[in-house]
Design a protein around this ligand. Structure first.
Ligand SMILES: O=C(CO)[C@H](O)[C@H](O)COP(=O)(O)O
Ligand SMILES: [Co+2]
Length: 218
């Protein structure tokens, strides 16, 4: 069954606990937390303080997507805040293996993510060390953008390598996922769909999530 990770970037921040409760009751699998620093991406969003404040309001794993320069400096703070999965951009760290080991040292699941313009080859070696691979299907920085179809080829490549190397990491996609785009991702091998606007911009989150799940069935 395809997992759904609602991105709270598109939620009502004045009602965050209620928004999270809403998607948890509607069957979400992870809560996707988008952390942006205004340097790696042109937007500033959530820090460890907010992650920590939402943690007591959900039983679901916090799936923390770090879009920040110098991620090593902030990993311990997100561990302390209650992250279950921490995913770092390959583009933000010169020593990717060291960064992944740092996350694992804290006994948190480690993920790696690449931008639409970054070739799959850049993370081929680290596939053996991660619990999750996130393929960006938009350029990171904002919710509500349009899905970039060429990213599907990369998704297929990562799924082929997972098979060939006998690995078991999850494959997640993020950006522009909705009832139109979900199926091409699951067909290509995605296990986890992140969706922000396609869930939180609907009044009935359960219906919105069911519609995405239905459309994603392969
Ligand atoms: O990482 C992200 C943006 O950088 C968000 O997770 C993503 O954009 C989700 O929003 P939407 O589903 O509206 O595209
Ligand atoms: Co994200």
């Amino acid at each position: 069954m395809t997992k759904l990770a609602p991105s709270i970037l598109s939620a009502d921040f004045s009602q965050l606990a209620r928004e999270i409760d809403d998607v948890e009751k509607a069957g979400a699998d992870y809560i996707h937390v988008d952390v942006m620093d205004g340097h790696f991406v042109p937007n500033i969003t959530i820090g460890p303080l907010i992650a920590e404040s939402i943690k007591p309001h959900t039983q679901l794993p916090l799936d923390v997507h770090l879009m920040i320069e110098n991620p090593d400096q902030y990993i311990p703070a997100f561990v302390d805040a209650g992250a279950s999965i921490i995913t770092v951009h390959q583009e933000t760290t010169p020593h990717l293996h060291r960064t992944i080991q740092l996350i694992k040292h804290h006994e948190v699941k480690a993920g790696v993510v690449i931008n639409p313009a970054t070739p799959a080859e850049m993370i081929r070696d680290i596939l053996h060390d991660v619990d999750l691979v996130l393929i960006m299907t938009v350029n990171p920085g904002f919710g509500g953008q349009s899905f970039i179809p060429r990213t599907i080829e990369k998704l297929e490549q990562i799924a082929r390598w997972r098979n060939a190397y006998g690995l078991s990491f999850e494959i997640e996609v993020d950006g522009g996922i909705n009832t139109e785009t979900a199926k091409s991702c699951t067909e290509a091998g995605a296990d986890v769909l992140v969706a922000g606007s396609a869930i939180f911009k609907h009044d009935d989150r359960r219906k919105a999530m069911e519609a995405i799940r239905r459309s994603a069935q392969v």
